[in-house]
Design a protein around this ligand. Structure first.
Ligand code: NDP
Length: 328
């Protein structure tokens, strides 16, 4: 038996969430069974657990969109017992049971061998948020953004994606402008390498088609008015990598930044990214992120406290990353 968080929903009622015990036989189909060492609490997991967003597509569901662990048994040619693996996305925690449980059974094609040098707790301090931050940095690079280009604005900087993006960019030599609604996190963000702290208020006012050119590029986790204002403040031929919707799903902008300034809006999805790009992202996290910074940006939360913490997460009260040790 192992501990697991389980979301259930009767056909005619509201969902319920509990910490329970499951047998390995209950696990869904897959060719690799993993002893989960660490999972995390991501924004999407908080939506799933609280039911505030339509994340879970199948009930009952074990949430947890990512995990790191050790292979217990495998019929997949790439993995054998004892291998250290990491998983992000692929609908895990949404349509297939996820990482907030002592064991998981998944498709081996979804797993990435954990690079040497990254501990399992560090892999989850990075988690899907940090891996998405790396995908955002890679998207900026693909569009020619270089460290000497000028300041890069990172929105939601004190959150999971934003914290890791700030640490990666500063480590690579970029000048990072950390955009936050929490002035109280100034020291934290400077510690991660931000050179400037910018109030979120500067991105929530009326959106003008074009505003003063301030940023060489941006990484945005917020969407809505925040992203629209960011786009209108980006310099000629700059790029914004957009991955989130913390402020909203809409985008109240015009085509002006695109057609008059040649700005690129690069969408970043982490869930269905092809495997070679995932391997590249994880390899680069091992080399380009100062893992020593993970201690500052992550806290551990026992599995028994995940359910009660989820609403606080969505209320923006959580800083950085939440790592959940799962193994007993
Ligand atoms: P967090 O909750 O850790 O961080 C979000 C941050 O956004 C908050 O900490 C806060 O930062 C800021 N924020 C909160 N509310 C607002 C608001 N109304 N307006 C502007 N900023 C706000 O979440 P994550 O970092 O884990 O995820 C961020 C977003 O990215 C989420 O929408 C998530 O769903 C998405 N995401 C998408 C992925 C993909 O594959 N595309 C993968 C991973 C995440 P501060 O206090 O510093 O302002």
């Amino acid at each position: 038996m192992f501990d697991a968080i389980l979301i259930e929903k009767p056909e005619d009622g509201d969902q319920t969430v509990s910490l329970t015990q499951l047998e390995p036989d209950a696990l869904p189909e897959g060719d690799v069974r993993v002893a989960v060492a660490y999972s995390t609490l991501n924004y999407k997991d908080a939506l799933a657990i609280t039911g505030r967003g339509p994340v879970v597509r199948k009930f009952p569901m074990v949430p947890g969109i990512d995990f790191a662990g050790t292979v217990i048994e495998s019929s997949h040619p790439d993995f054998s017992e004892g291998d250290r693996v990491v998983l992000n996305g692929w609908g895990v925690g949404e349509t297939h049971w996820g990482g907030l449980a002592g064991e998981a059974r998944v498709k081996g094609d979804w797993l990435i061998p954990l690079p040497d040098g990254i501990g399992m707790n560090q892999a989850m301090a990075i988690g899907t948020a940090g891996y998405t931050a790396m995908l955002c940095v890679m998207a900026l690079e693909r569009h020619g953004v270089t460290p000497d280009a000028g300041p890069v604005a990172v929105t939601g900087a004190a959150g999971g994606v934003g914290s890791v993006a700030t640490a990666i960019l500063s480590g690579l030599g970029y000048e990072v402008a950390a955009v936050t609604g929490r002035e109280s996190e100034t020291d934290y963000l400077k510690g991660l390498g931000a050179s400037e702290i910018v109030s979120r208020d500067e991105f929530t006012g009326k959106v003008r088609p074009l505003a003063k050119e301030r940023w060489a590029a941006g990484i945005d986790v917020a969407g809505s008015t925040v992203l629209a204002n960011l786009l209108s403040q980006v310099r000629y031929r700059g790029t914004v990598a957009a991955c989130g919707l913390a402020a909203g799903m809409d985008l109240p902008t015009s085509v002006a930044p695109f057609i008059l300034r040649g700005v690129t809006l690069a969408g970043v999805d982490s869930v269905m990214v092809p495997k070679p790009e995932r391997i590249e992202a994880w390899t680069r996290l091992g080399t380009d992120l100062d893992l020593a910074k993970l201690d500052a940006l992550s806290v551990e939360l026992p599995l028994s406290q995940v359910i009660e913490t989820a609403p606080r997460f969505l209320d923006g009260e959580v800083r950085g990353r939440i790592v959940v040790p799962v193994a007993p």
